[in-house]
Design a protein around this ligand. Structure first.
Ligand SMILES: [Zn+2]
Length: 171
């Protein structure tokens, strides 16, 4: 369902190639993006306006631009997938990408938002096409991961995780 949602969104906004311009999509959806320098590990927040069914997405621009893109996509995931609290603040969710030991409700929301972000920034169809194009290469090779991560404007860590999630590499 999350994959279909993000695929529909990409189609609607005519995105056919990486890198996905997530800010443009968010703006086209009439959501506001506010960038601020914040000390510490806060990556972003979602401030919902239930009345206008809109929201403000906050991004810590102290962080790397790749991470900011992931944050925007993650908050957009919350906006589309989860109703609830007016304000949602995220801290260092990238670190938790790999962890799946907890099954608390909030963690499920975080995992869904992360999955949405991954599907949006690294769509399965795009990744499959790019892997076909570069042919048989060692996907564990750091250089390959880096090249692809640069193309998608995501962190090598996020791209490696995505390849693993899609079943291309075992970790
Ligand atoms: Zn979150």
């Amino acid at each position: 369902m999350i994959r279909e949602m993000s695929a529909d969104l990409l189609e609607k906004h005519n995105v056919v190639n990486a890198p996905v311009d997530v800010e443009q999509i968010v703006h086209a959806m009439h959501l506001d993006v506010r960038k601020d320098r914040v000390e510490g590990d806060i990556s972003g927040f979602l401030f919902r306006d239930h009345e206008k069914s809109s929201a403000i997405i906050g991004v810590n621009c102290n962080h790397h631009s790749n991470r900011q893109r992931f944050t925007i996509a993650h908050e957009l995931g919350h906006f589309l997938l989860h109703t609830g609290d007016k304000v949602h603040v995220d801290r260092g969710f990238e670190v938790r990408l790999r962890s799946d030991e907890s099954s608390k409700g909030t963690d499920i929301d975080e995992k869904e938002a992360n999955l949405f972000a991954a599907e949006l920034l690294m769509p399965k169809a795009f990744v499959e096409r790019d892997l076909d194009e570069i042919g048989a290469v060692d996907l564990m090779e750091e250089k390959t991961i880096k090249t692809l991560a640069d193309k998608y404007q995501v962190s090598p860590h996020a791209f490696a995780f995505r390849l693993s999630y899609l079943g291309y590499v075992q970790q």
